[in-house]
Design a protein around this ligand. Structure first.
Ligand code: AHG
Ligand code: MN
Ligand code: MN
Length: 336
């Protein structure tokens, strides 16, 4: 395959995309540079003092891993200088992160999970960075506000992820399909390796942490039992795969099809909740899934239609092959 870089691809194939402005191309460039800095530390984590925790607890109530903190700092430092952003929001930071007025501010908002799959870092299993790009809603004459971040996923200008695995991959969409690039470390460039990615309409893999089974309601238990039974769309039990890093489980689902599920759990009966974050995990991956011909729901509605009410809002997530997600919707609608 001819070696096509991200920049060339943006210019050649995204012409009609409103996102393919110079400012956006610059934004993606800086995001790619941040990803290269992160992948350098992730791929030699065992040799650097970046394993383990920092001893802090983040806004999610989770122990911060050193690589979480490193990835977060690299992204903020690099992206506030991109000239394309007025504001950012990170899974690791409680509030919005306005770009300091000493830097050039742009029209975009970047929301990110700096390192997804933190619990897998110390055992050398895939991790990733997930990003969502919105256009600011407040006028440029004002300071950015949380309203610029609290937008339903359907308003995203672009979204994607970098997967730190046997190879480092960038997968993103600007609303013109989904395209995958693989980092060639010998030249330091992401080169087009997976043009126009499409999720198979019908899957045969389900992906869920069955250790939470007792915390699910009956409908959810019936859904998972459906995929494990013979009475399903393929007439035999689906295979089960679960990495525990959303980016890795999603990337496999994007390529092989099937369904990834992180259902609502009723661990605390008064406050049943999903685990995954709407703005920096579910929304961006749902934009990618739909652009690849797949679907994503919280069980009741399209993820991309959910109007966020808070920066770190969590949602149940069912995402992947269109037919499999449709089954989930039917179960929750009482039609199965
Ligand atoms: P993060 O490391 O960014 O906090 O995300 C972890 C998430 C996600 O990557 C994965 O799908 C999920 O946590 C796994 O949760 P369980 O360990 O509860 O299965
Ligand atoms: Mn995550
Ligand atoms: Mn994370």
């Amino acid at each position: 395959m001819r070696q096509i870089t991200v920049t060339e691809h943006l210019i050649l194939h995204q012409k009609k995309s409103p996102a393919a402005t110079g400012m956006f191309t610059g934004l993606l460039h800086d995001l790619i540079l941040a990803a290269k800095l992160i992948t350098r530390n992730v791929s030699s984590a065992g040799l650097l003092d970046v394993l383990g925790g920092t001893g802090e607890i983040n806004v999610q109530g989770e122990a911060v891993q050193k690589l979480d903190d490193f990835a977060n700092r690299v992204l903020i430092h690099r992206m506030e200088r991109s000239g394309a952003l007025c504001m950012m929001a990170s899974e690791e930071i409680a509030d919005i992160i306005p770009v300091p007025s000493r830097f050039t501010r742009g029209d975009y908002v970047l929301i990110f999970d700096p390192l997804d799959g933190s619990s897998n870092i110390d055992v050398n299993i895939n991790t990733g960075t997930i990003f969502s790009i919105l256009r600011r809603r407040t006028p440029a004459s004002q300071d950015p506000s949380i309203d610029d971040a609290l937008q339903a996923g359907m308003h995203q200008v672009a979204a994607g992820y970098i997967l730190y695995g046997p190879s480092t991959m960038l997968v993103y969409t600007t609303g013109q399909g989904v395209h995958g690039f693989t980092l060639d470390p010998s030249v330091g460039e992401f080169l087009l390796s997976h043009p126009n990615m499409q999720i198979p309409e019908q899957g045969k893999i389900y992906s869920v942490n069955e250790g939470n089974y007792l915390h699910w309601d009956n409908t959810t238990q019936n859904i998972v039992n459906y995929f494990k039974s013979k009475d399903n769309a393929i007439g035999s039990p689906y295979s089960m795969r679960y990495v525990g890093s959303l980016v890795a489980d999603f990337h496999r689902t994007l390529l092989y099809g099937g369904i990834f599920m992180y259902p609502m759990d009723h661990r605390s009966p008064e406050k049943p909740r999903g685990k995954l974050r709407l703005l920096c995990e579910a929304s961006p991956l749902s934009f990618v899934a739909e652009q690849a011909g797949g679907a994503a729901t919280d069980g009741l509605k399209r993820i991309l239609e959910i109007e966020p009410t808070s920066l770190h809002e969590r949602v149940p997530l069912f995402i992947g092959s269109r037919n499999d997600v449709e089954v989930v919707n039917k179960f929750y609608a009482g039609a199965m």
